[in-house]
Design a protein around this ligand. Structure first.
Ligand code: APR
Length: 321
């Protein structure tokens, strides 16, 4: 049986980590495309030369020619500019929409049956545009945001409570912007409610609420916190790891339930928009959106986040995309 073919569109910071993770975990043969001459060739040569040490057989190659992604099973897109300090994800809209248009046309031509994970920002708009241009079915086009936002939320909870992050389950829904919705009510340590543990730690309900509010705020601003420190780019290790978790669930038909940016057809009362929700990821891509009851506060926050996504998509359409 031939190995799966994974095309990485964009060979920048995230693309490089994606190539290394995909190869070392033997997810399939990797081909990295970038418009910058020699960049994808150089990065993939570097990754490939670690094959002996890391013990993988997959081919890892770079190209400036879209023909080389021909027949890819899985495509992960990071093409586009990252944020600079002080920029919001939305500031990237015009530049990255132009880039996404050309990427979508080429993926449609050369990898028409692929499942596509998009990381480029502003995420919700980029996924919407990609789907519009390719006409790919909704189950084959999804965005990475929730896995990372949830991992950040889990990390901050683990640090606060002094427990292993491996035992934290916490989910972030909604758009991938400042309006994202960390679901506090269900955050748990192997089933034990996080809020209860915070109340025990501080022996004070009000203080526990305040601590959680800070964890939520830090989660929402976590991308910006990294941008501010790096000064010349945005987060790249954690977005790459998050997309690889999604890729593994799809390639190995794991049916993991992960928060992803998925096209909604009435789920959660949302119709015709890409929003971060929990979904089953398997060999058919987004196989099912998992709905659950939201309380009134969560509903309000999600509605607010969906409004932000709608505004972003409307702005993009007004710009002619
Ligand atoms: N086609 C393919 N690649 C392109 C194109 C294009 N039309 N235009 C730009 N690129 C490439 C750049 O040459 C660069 O190598 O996309 C790559 C982006 O890499 P970085 O600038 O290092 O950005 P990165 O940190 O990888 O983030 C990529 O993901 O999280 C988001 O906000 C982030 O939108 C950004 C994207």
């Amino acid at each position: 049986m031939p190995r799966k073919k994974i095309a990485l569109i964009g060979g920048g910071q995230i693309g490089g980590v994606l190539a290394q993770l995909a190869a070392s975990r033997q997810l399939g043969d990797v081909v990295m495309f970038d418009i910058v001459e020699d960049l994808p060739q150089g990065k993939t040569l570097d990754v490939a030369e670690a094959a002996r040490v890391d013990g993988f057989d997959a081919n890892v190659t770079g190209t400036n020619d879209y023909k080389d992604i021909n027949g890819a099973d899985l495509v992960i897109i990071t093409a586009g500019l990252p944020r600079k300090p002080g920029m919001s994800r939305d500031d990237l809209l015009t530049t990255n929409a132009k880039i996404m248009k050309s990427v979508a046309e080429n993926v449609k031509q050369y990898a028409p049956n692929s499942i596509v994970i998009i990381i480029s920002n502003p995420l919700d708009a980029m996924v919407t545009l990609f789907k519009k241009i390719t006409g790919f079915p909704a189950n084959r086009v999804l965005g990475q945001a929730g896995v990372l936002d949830s991992s950040r939320f889990s990390t901050f909870i683990a640090w606060e409570l002094g427990v292993s992050v491996k035992d934290i389950n916490a989910m972030v829904l909604g758009g991938h912007g400042d309006t994202m919705v960390p679901i506090v009510r269900y955050a748990n340590i192997n089933g034990i409610p996080v809020m209860e543990q915070l109340e025990r730690k501080y022996n004070d309900k009000a203080k526990a609420k305040e601590v959680m509010k800070n964890l939520v705020e830090r989660t929402k601003m976590a991308g910006g916190e990294v941008v501010k420190l790096l000064k010349t780019g945005s987060a790249f290790y954690s977005p790459a790891s998050s997309a690889i978790a999604m890729a593994e669930s799809i390639l190995f038909d794991e049916k993991r339930v992960l928060p992803v940016c998925a096209y909604l057809n009435g789920e959660f009362g949302i119709n015709g928009y890409y929003v971060g929700v929990p979904a089953v990821l398997g060999s058919n891509g987004v196989e099912k959106v998992i709905e659950f009851e939201l309380d009134s506060e969560e509903r309000t926050l999600l509605d607010n986040s969906v409004s932000a996504v709608k505004t972003l998509v409307a702005d993009m359409e007004r710009l002619g995309f």
